[in-house]
Structure formats: C-alpha cells, structure tokens
Design a protein around this ligand. Structure first.
Ligand SMILES: Cc1cc2nc3c(=O)[nH]c(=O)nc-3n(C[C@H](O)[C@H](O)[C@H](O)COP(=O)(O)OP(=O)(O)OC[C@H]3O[C@@H](n4cnc5c(N)ncnc54)[C@H](O)[C@@H]3O)c2cc1C
Length: 415
C-alpha cells in the first residue's frame, strides 16, 4: 500500500461513521478534528437495535416487497407508515426507490452490501481489542422469525444469502422455542445466525470509541456546521455558527442530515430518511437471551442494559415531523404479542435511518470537490458498517490503494 501523508482532516458528524473514521485516521498519524452539534453518538447511532448484522445482504429494494407496499401503506397497523404531509418532498426518493425494486438492482445492492458487510466484524474486532467491551457486546446469535404468510419473500431471502455464501440456519418453531422459551409461538419458523454479535448499549460503545479517539490526540468541536467547501487543491473550509476552520481534507458523515451539506456542493443526492422507533421495557431484558426480529411485523427486540429494547417500523416522514404515538403503540403491541408478560414501557425514541433509493451507502469523494469525502446513507445497517466504513474512508483520505471495488458507493451514480 502506498500513501501520501495528509496534513489534517475535519469530519462533520460524530455518529458511528464519523468516530470510526476519526479513529482510523489517528492510527495513520493524521491530525483529525470531529465536529458535531450534539454530544457524540446522540442520533441514529444512539437508539438503534444494536445488531451487528454481517449477514443482512438483502435490502428493501426488492420486487416482492414492491407488491406489498400499497397494502402496507393503507393499513394503519402495519410495519410501514407514511406522514402524508411529507410525501411531496419525498417524491424523488420514492420514484428512485420504485425504479430500484427489480431483480437486477436488488442483486446489485446485495452484492455490494455483501462486499462490505463481509469485512464488518473483522474491522470491529480490531477496535474491540482496544476498548473494554465487558457487558457491552454479546455473541449469542440473532434470530429472525416469520409466519407462513410471506414465504415467497422468505424463500427469496434464503436463496440470495445462499448464493452469496452467507451462513444461516433455518429453524423450526420447536428449535426457536428451545433457544427462546419465553416467546409466544405466534410464528411458523425462522432463521438463526449463531455467530452474530449484538450491542448491549450502542451509545456506551460509541462513547468508548470516542474516548479512544480523544486519548490518541483527536479533537472534538461541539458546533453546528453550516457549510463546507473546497477552497483550493489542498484546502477545505468548514464553517460553523461561530468560526471557520481549514483542513487539507474534510468528511461529511452527518447521517440523515448530510443532504444539507451535499446540496451546497452542487450535487443532488437523493438522501432521505426511514424513521424508526424504540421503547424500553425496563427490567425485562432477561426474557430473551439474544435479539429476536419478527419479519412479518418489521420489528425486533434486543436485550440491552437499559432494558428490553423493542425497535422497529419504517415511517417515511422526513426529519421534522414529530414522533408518532401510533408508531410507538405499534412497536409496543408487537412486543406484547411475542411476550405477553410485558407491562409498561419507557423511553419513547424516534431515530433517522439515512437511506438512498438504491439502499447502498455513499462512500467516496464528492463529485466536484475531490478533497471532500462522503460517508453516509448506511440505512438499516449503519451500526454494523461503522468500523469498516472507518477503514475504507481513512484509506481514501490517505490515498491508499484498495482491492475493494468502491464504484457502486460513489455519489456519481446519481448524476
Ligand atoms: C430504529 C433504528 C434501528 C436500527 N437498528 C440497527 C441495527 O440493529 N443494526 C445496524 O447496523 N444499524 C441499525 N440502524 C441504523 C444505524 O443506527 C444508522 O445507520 C447509523 O447509526 C448511522 O450512523 P451515522 O454515523 O451515519 O449517523 P448518526 O448516528 O445519525 O450521526 C450523524 C451525526 O451528525 C451530526 N450532524 C448532522 N448534521 C450536522 C451539522 N450540520 N453540524 C454538526 N453536526 C451534524 C448529528 O448530530 C449526528 O451526531 C438502526 C436505525 C434506527 C433508526
């Protein structure tokens, strides 16, 4: 690997992508500053379901799901919901999504997700050697359950994962109940990834990575970034509410908020958000040993240190609409369907998955500004992909050669 030493990097966004990129840059001795208007890891990286899902190659841009969308949209009690006031603004994203719901795009996305998912745990394991993950990361596998109603979709998923060489174990109801005896058997079968890890507190893990970044000499500035631009060949400018900062190179890793900055750079990247929700059932985390996801319901439960975290639904409604009580009730009811012994919930949370219409992230240089690198749009898998994104983006920033084919993640696919 050859590398030309970069003198300084500024990263906008201290979610899991930003902090992992920062850490990798410091390992290459590149002085790095991360900006965030919030405390590190306060947004999507805070409240996710905590699954490390290297097996999750298939995304939502699929022909089979397309047929179910109208039915799901008009049911007030399904896994997908719309905030109708936002639909006009989201139209370009929706049209792009519909265009990508075909066999060819589905496989293109699956193969290119597989390329990075396959490296995701190795990249985290390197980080886990440097932070204390006691009681923060468990390796007890992850179970997906389903009813017989959508077997066409389940069979497609199993087939594609087989084709790509993803390890999976199909389970009967009895085998699932042997693993998770407290579940009410309202399902007909499932799939087990016995090698999968889950986070017991994503925010604490992120904080530990952040503390490591700081201990290695990284800087953090808690300010809102208003603009970013390339001034000349080796100079970029990050402008906050109060000051201007210059770096040789900069990174946009603002998750679902990245579009405000990429629009300023003259690129119309159709990033939008799939809103998701969580609640906790405190003291109930021991009812299951590992994450359980009910595919028909678009929801799952993870045993965490804060309680049993019930997470899910996809709501299309932008970044400004308030939290929906209906969606919270949906998640709560789904949890009680599987674990009727649950009672009151706490901590209602709304988060923003950053998603492109083809369900691939944007990783790579800006089209017009080669010293500004993008790292956003990791949709449902941003937690899993943090560490590997850190490695890839730090490699791009330091001009290293890679064996990976990064072309599918380029923003130029939208221009
Ligand atoms: C309900 C839910 C469940 C999920 N479950 C999983 C899961 O189990 N497994 C998985 O792999 N993924 C999961 N995800 C997805 C994952 O959480 C996200 O893809 C990931 O956290 C995105 O990370 P990020 O660093 O890109 O963005 P974020 O974590 O959102 O961080 C972006 C940061 O940028 C900052 N920022 C934005 N704009 C500016 C600005 N102008 N100036 C300064 N700072 C700015 C924000 O304050 C924020 O801290 C889930 C997501 C949700 C919502």
């Amino acid at each position: 690997m050859s590398s030309d030493k970069v003198s300084s990097v500024g990263i906008v966004g201290c979610g899991i992508q930003g902090v992992c990129i920062g850490l990798q840059l410091l390992k290459k001795n590149i002085p790095t500053t991360i900006f965030d208007r919030e405390e590190p890891g306060s947004m999507a990286s805070y409240g996710n379901a905590g699954h490390f899902s290297p097996y999750a190659v298939l995304q939502l841009n699929r022909p089979d799901i397309l047929y179910d969308v109208p039915k799901m949209l008009f049911s007030s009690n399904g896994p997908l919901a719309l905030r109708w006031n936002y639909i006009p603004k989201m139209l370009p994203w929706i049209l792009g999504y519909l265009k990508n719901c075909n066999q060819k795009s589905m496989m293109h996305t699956a193969k290119n997700m597989h390329q990075i998912l396959n490296l995701s745990m190795e990249a985290y394991e390197e980080i886990f050697q440097e932070i204390d993950t006691t009681n923060l990361v468990d390796q007890k596998g992850i179970i997906y359950i389903w009813t017989n109603k959508n077997m066409k979709s389940r069979n497609l998923e199993i087939k594609v994962r087989d084709e790509l060489g993803v390890k999976q174990k199909i389970l009967t109801v009895k085998e699932i109940l042997d693993l998770e005896p407290n579940l009410k058997p309202v399902f007909d079968g499932g799939c087990y990834y016995d090698y999968a890890y889950h986070a017991r507190d994503p925010h604490k893990i992120l904080k530990k990575i952040f503390d490591l970044f700081i201990s290695k000499g990284g800087k953090f500035i808690k300010e809102d970034v208003n603009s970013i631009k390339q001034l000349q060949e080796n100079e970029t400018l990050i402008k906050t509410d109060t000051r201007e900062y210059k770096f040789e190179k900069s990174v946009i890793a603002c998750g679902a908020y990245s579009k405000k900055l990429t629009d300023q750079l003259g690129e119309n990247i159709p990033l939008d958000t799939e809103r998701g929700y969580h609640v906790h059932f405190k003291g109930m985390e021991n009812l299951i040993k590992r994450p359980v996801i009910f595919l028909d319901r678009g929801f799952g439960m993870t045993p965490m240190n804060q309680g049993l975290r019930a997470v899910g639904t996809v709501e299309l409604g932008g970044l400004k609409n308030p939290l929906s009580k209906k969606r919270i009730n949906y998640v709560v009811n789904c949890a009680k369907e599987l674990l009727p012994q649950l009672n009151d919930h706490q901590d209602e949370w709304l988060g923003f998955r950053p998603t492109l219409p083809d369900f691939l992230p944007v990783i790579g240089p800006s089209k017009n500004n080669k010293n500004i690198i993008y790292a956003f749009g990791h949709q449902h898998l941003g937690w899993t992909l943090g560490a590997i994104t850190g490695k890839i983006v730090s490699g791009i920033l330091s001009n290293e050669k890679t064996n990976l084919d990064l072309s599918a993640y380029s923003s130029s696919r939208f221009n």
